[in-house]
Design a protein around this ligand. Structure first.
Ligand code: SAH
Ligand code: SF4
Ligand code: F3S
Length: 471
């Protein structure tokens, strides 16, 4: 698609703004402030989409609630990456039927990656009659129009646009207040890993213009944001679709210059796009956190080929070494799939071998889940559930040992952390994060605010987190 066709035009956006106004007027004439509850499943990209949805809802006059019984509109933003994620959403959506029966004026909606799949959108249409707003990822920018039809015209709206994906700037973003923010730099994916649904539900790679990205970061810095995470399914292919000479390394250096931002992170990068230029640039990005997330998925070369990943085990190990050479104290994390079709015990041992060689700080491991419409779903040699689980458990044991060993090296170290708030598991403790991404719990201190940078001495370690005292 040409760039002009990718970008949503000002005229198209104005039409949506008009719809948003009409929804607001509708509620104003009723003398009420409607309340929305938006729940997000899936990855940070979906979280960021939900922030846009909330931004649009706000222009439509909505306030927000966490309480289902108080909500006028409940929207689930869904993920399709594994069957488990889909089942959870379907269970939750089913449970809303009772609330809808009690309060027929409630609008129930479901959107996101699951709804971009035709079969799923049809299933909701025929089996979940209490859901009256359904839209896929490509319909996001037309959300005001969808709401206008649902609210003002009392219609059941099912919107599933077939598209390679558009790019829409200037949608308002309503973020949770705090020192950290997600900034999407690109959308979609061109990689078509054979197990993965994402390219089918998110469209082709499209990069935002660097000026738009930097302007967003600058405005976040003005609002007091200290840490940004650059987001995309494959951030290190940033810029390939732009008709100008810019890549991810260039964008990192531009982001590094924004005053007020103190930490920069990015997810996710793909090993096949980890160029020498990018690796050489990493240490020059002064605000870049010492943390690299680089999914390798599997250790066996045969499986990597079947997965269509575009690199070998040896190449991955070489990349990890190159990155460590320029960022010696960086923490490493990765994604792994266990039980891809045809994966034998010997193949699986190759995965364990990569874990032992790279020594990741932590690993996001997933049991392979068959996704309709992907090439791997049609492969005949699917691995039995019990074997997948057995291998998965072995992997967890190996990784937990390594995570703990790495965390032990933090003992007695003095680390700078950014304060994130009250600890999740202990109301008397606060927590923050090292720039390597480790969570540190420490005794509550009323003089501190969220976003403060402090030094702590690590006094206690566990597999998942650290504890320390302010020094
Ligand atoms: N674009 C990112 C993340 C994609 S989804 C990347 O390429 O790294 C996040 C993770 O979900 C993937 O890295 C992969 O490990 C996992 N995943 C994707 N499809 C899956 C499937 N069908 N079954 C199990 N895990 C899957
Ligand atoms: Fe899925 Fe592969 Fe794209 Fe990641 S790179 S989103 S795993 S297809
Ligand atoms: Fe899930 Fe969609 Fe993200 S499928 S992982 S929410 S891109």
């Amino acid at each position: 698609m040409k760039r002009e066709e990718v970008l949503v035009t000002k005229e198209e956006l104005n039409i949506q703004n008009e719809y948003a106004k009409k929804v607001k007027e509708y509620y104003d004439t009723q003398g009420k402030t409607p309340k929305a509850l938006v729940e997000t499943f899936g990855c940070q990209q979906n979280e960021n989409d939900s922030e846009r949805i909330c931004g649009m809802l706000e222009t439509m006059g909505f306030g927000f609630t966490e309480n289902e019984d108080e909500a006028d509109f409940i929207l689930y933003n869904t993920c399709a990456v594994r069957e488990g994620a889909e089942m959870r959403v379907l269970g939750n959506i089913g449970a809303l039927k009772k609330i809808k029966e009690k309060r027929p004026e409630l609008i129930v909606g479901i959107c996101g990656c699951m709804m971009q799949q035709e079969s799923m959108s049809k299933r909701i249409k025929s089996k979940f009659k209490h859901v009256s707003v359904v839209f896929g990822t490509h319909s996001l920018y037309s959300f005001p129009e969808i709401m206008y039809k649902a609210v003002c015209e009392n219609e059941r709206v099912i919107s599933r646009i077939e598209s390679e994906g558009r790019l829409c700037e200037d949608i308002p973003v309503k973020r949770k207040p705090g020192p950290s923010a997600w900034v999407s730099i690109m959308y979609g994916c061109n990689n078509f890993c054979s197990y993965c649904i994402v390219p089918y539900v998110r469209g082709r790679e499209r990069s935002r213009d660097p000026e738009a990205v930097i302007a967003e970061i600058e405005s976040l810095a003005k609002e007091g944001v200290k840490e940004i995470t650059l987001l995309g399914q494959n951030v290190n292919s940033y810029g390939k679709d732009l008709e100008r000479d810019i890549d991810f390394a260039d964008l990192l250096l531009m982001a590094d210059k924004v005053e007020g931002i103190q930490r920069i992170r990015f997810v996710t990068s793909h090993p096949k796009d980890m160029t020498d230029k990018l690796i050489a640039t990493l240490p020059k990005v002064t605000k870049l956190c010492r943390q690299i997330h680089l999914p390798f998925q599997a250790g066996s070369n045969r499986i990597l080929k079947e997965m269509n990943r575009g690199y070998t085990k040896e190449r991955y190990l070489e990349l990890a070494e190159k990155i460590r050479a320029v960022m010696p104290d960086a923490s490493f994390t990765t994604d792994i799939i266990v039980g891809f079709p045809g994966e034998t015990y010997e193949d699986f041992l190759e995965t364990v071998d990569v874990i032992e060689k790279v020594r990741f700080d932590s690993v996001f491991s997933f049991i392979y889940s068959k996704r309709g419409g992907t090439p791997a779903a049609k492969m005949e040699n699917q691995v039995p559930e019990e074997i997948k689980h057995k291998h998965f458990d072995i992997l967890l044991d190996v990784q937990n040992r390594i995570s703990r060993e790495i965390n032990e090296t933090y003992s007695d170290r003095i680390e700078e952390i950014m304060v994130e708030g009250i600890s999740k598991n202990n109301p008397d403790a606060m927590c923050g994060r090292t720039d390597s991404g480790k969570i540190v719990n420490f005794p509550k201190d009323d003089t501190l605010s969220v976003g403060d940078f402090i030094k702590v001495k690590i006094t206690k370690i566990s597999t998942w987190s650290l504890a320390g005292e302010r020094v």
